[in-house]
Write a protein that binds this ligand. Structure first.
Ligand code: UFG
Length: 317
């Protein structure tokens, strides 16, 4: 079976393509390398270098495909506030074009890369798929718009669709061609920033007075390999005429301090860190309820925070 991986030159999409190929799937990658990296595209995949916003390119990428894993998107929360038009265009119009071309080609299965940012500031912890969706930035809003799009199109056009709402993705895969590292510029994510901290540029911890046990924010971290395993299970679980939304996290949380401690254990040395002001838009606690992923996909995460830190570290060497 051939699967189209949109955004397959990125950190998560590239990991998906590599794992699919290892499992015997045929893979086509569509990416314009605007934030992804050409060298991250697996050499065994058919690569279409082009934009999700171009109908003819998307139609070409869909040739011979039976299902789509749709990762291609803009994903920086801060940038989405200053340049929302890019987010509405790439994320929403991109999905719109993809679904139109899938319909023309008669392709009826899609797994969509959604986000916990669709929930916004949570009223309840853990967050279930029935929790209120009230995104606090255009990134989350654009992903929520696509979730709505999929719900209506699944019913109208008999599409089998699953949206996977990721919490905090970390770790890395060592594929047959080497580590597929997370590479963002600028890097905003906690674990890469902890690993890069030095005496001259200590980690900036955003806030020490949050309403949590140790005063730092709590997040739910999930290893990228566990995340992709859930996507492959979702390809099997998606049913015609239905759109399901499923959270992907570990079901537990770690504070920033606890992630630093886990990193110190893995590295065997102290991490230089300083407390600074809270970062705008950060909720205090985000933890997923993953009961639905367990029951619908038969999935459970297998890697813990130290595995994620160690693999991220190894991927940087
Ligand atoms: N943090 C620091 N210092 C840093 C970086 C992060 O203290 O240098 C803190 C943040 O304040 C936050 C936690 O570490 O409390 C995690 O921050 P990340 O930037 O790693 O991740 P976020 O939780 O902000 O965001 C991630 C994804 C988003 C997604 C969101 C959904 O990056 O795309 O999870 O929960 F929308």
């Amino acid at each position: 079976m051939r699967v189209l991986v949109t955004g397959g030159a990125g950190y998560i999409g590239g990991t998906a393509a590599a794992i699919l190929l290892e499992r015997g799937f045929d893979v086509t990658v569509l990416d314009d390398c605007s934030t992804g990296h050409l060298e991250a595209v697996d050499s065994r995949a058919t690569f279409i270098n082009g934009s999700i916003l171009d109908n003819a390119t998307v139609a070409k990428a869909l040739q011979g495909v039976e299902a789509v894993l749709h990762f291609s998107a803009k994903s920086l929360v801060g940038e989405s506030v200053t340049k929302p038009e890019i987010y509405w265009n790439t994320n929403v119009n991109g999905a719109r074009i993809l679904l139109d071309e899938m319909r023309t080609a008669g392709i009826k299965k899609i797994v969509f890369s959604s986000t916990a940012a669709t929930y916004g500031e949570p009223k309840e912890i853990p967050i279930t798929e029935n929790s209120e969706t009230k995104p606090t930035n255009p990134y989350g809003a654009s992903k929520l718009a696509v979730d709505y799009m999929l719900t209506s199109e699944a019913i109208a056009h008999e599409i089998a669709a699953i949206s996977l709402r990721y919490f905090n993705v970390a770790g890395a895969l060592k594929s047959s061609s080497g580590w597929l590292a997370e590479r963002h510029d600028p890097e905003t994510h906690l674990i890469p920033n902890i690993l890069r901290a030095s005496d001259t540029a200590p980690l900036k911890v955003f806030g020490s007075d949050w309403p949590t046990q140790d005063g730092t924010c709590i997040r739910d971290y999930i290893h990228v390999v566990d995340l992709i395993e859930a996507h492959i299970l979702a390809l099997g679980a998606a049913t015609a005429g239905s759109h399901q939304i499923i959270n992907l996290g570990s079901g537990g949380g770690y504070s920033v301090r606890e992630v630093i401690t886990a990193t110190e254990k893995v590295l065997g040395r102290q991490v230089p860190a300083e407390f600074v002001e809270r970062r705008a838009g950060d909720p205090a606690v985000l933890i997923a309820d993953i009961t639905k992923a367990e029951s619908i996909l038969g999935w459970k995460p297998s890697q813990n925070i130290e595995d994620m830190v160690r693999d991220t570290w190894d991927s940087f060497q």
